[in-house]
Write a protein that binds this ligand. Structure first.
Ligand code: KIV
Length: 287
């Protein structure tokens, strides 16, 4: 396993420099300390505590019910393990949509209570004023357009966006509006590859794709998806780099079998006691 204990934390300047050098930026989600340690040791550039935790950690059908307190709880855990990667906290649904000052206050909570380095929010030009206000408060913002899971009610389902000329043009305008408002990067989710490539070419800031093809400046995947741990239907853009469900299940079954057949624990997993103390203990029981 790679160790990066001596490496300095990835900064926004590092991400911008990678775009300029044409070097892909890597990003993975994580939701707890142990997961964050592993992602961090793999020298992934950025960790996102995504509101996808509602689905992969909490078993919900969408990200919509996730709350600020749930996000903060997971952000704090991940922050303890992420000493190298730039850490991003996802703003949950209705923590920033209703009112700009509430958005600024909640973004501030992400940094002060969640210990993240920057925040991410969903939406295009309609979010420009909110992004401006959060950035003006000194908080770096990552945008997220294309398939925005918090707008499931409006989008009518998880499906690719920007597939007509007009919709593609709207996406580009959204991306430019977010860049102009001060975003340091933008996630493009489920967008046709040529549209994502064109947006990436036209922006000064990096784009991070998920289901948006190879023309983005970086890629992001969900922790449980790349490890083959999530058992619901996967979108076609997910690549499983390991199938860990079966080995984990095998370990749990082996533990159950060992326990019920008295093979675990053995002496090597138990504490011994001084023979005299044990005898004294047993004698005390007879009195
Ligand atoms: O919540 C999440 O995991 C995300 C990524 C898919 C970008 O927003």
């Amino acid at each position: 396993m790679t160790s990066n204990t001596n490496r300095k934390k990835v900064s926004l300047l590092d991400l911008q420099a990678k775009k300029q050098r044409g070097e892909p930026i890597t990003m993975l989600t994580a939701y707890d300390y142990t997961g964050a340690l592993l992602v961090d040791r793999a020298e992934i550039d950025t960790i996102l505590v995504g509101d996808s935790l509602g689905m992969v950690v909490m078993g919900l059908d969408s990200t919509v019910p996730v709350t600020m307190d749930e996000m903060l709880h997971h952000c704090r855990a991940v922050a303890r393990g992420a000493t190298y990667a730039h850490l991003i906290g996802d703003m949950p649904f209705m923590s920033y949509q209703a009112d700009v000052s509430e958005a600024v206050r909640n973004a501030g909570r992400m940094l002060k209570e969640g210990h993240v380095d920057s925040i991410k929010l969903e939406g295009g030009r309609e979010m420009a004023a909110t992004v401006r206000a959060i950035v003006a408060a000194g908080i770096a913002v990552m945008g997220h357009i294309g398939l925005t899971p918090q707008s499931l009610s409006k989008l009518g389902g998880f499906r690719a966006q920007g597939r007509t000329a007009e919709a593609a043009r709207r996406l580009l305008d959204d991306a430019l509006a977010l860049e102009d408002a001060g975003c340091y990067a933008i996630v493009l989710e489920a967008v046709p590859a040529p549209v994502a490539a064109e947006i990436s070419r036209r922006l000064r800031i990096p784009t991070i794709g998920i289901g948006a093809g190879p023309g983005c400046d970086g890629q992001v995947l969900v922790f449980h998806d790349i490890l083959g741990l999530y058992d619901r239907l996967q979108p076609r853009f997910v690549k499983e780099y390991a199938q860990l469900q079966q080995p984990i299940l095998d370990a749990f079954v082996a533990y159950r079998e060992d326990t019920v057949h008295h093979r675990f624990p053995t002496a090597e997993h138990s504490f011994s006691m001084n023979a005299e103390e044990l005898e004294a203990f047993q004698k005390s029981l007879e009195e």
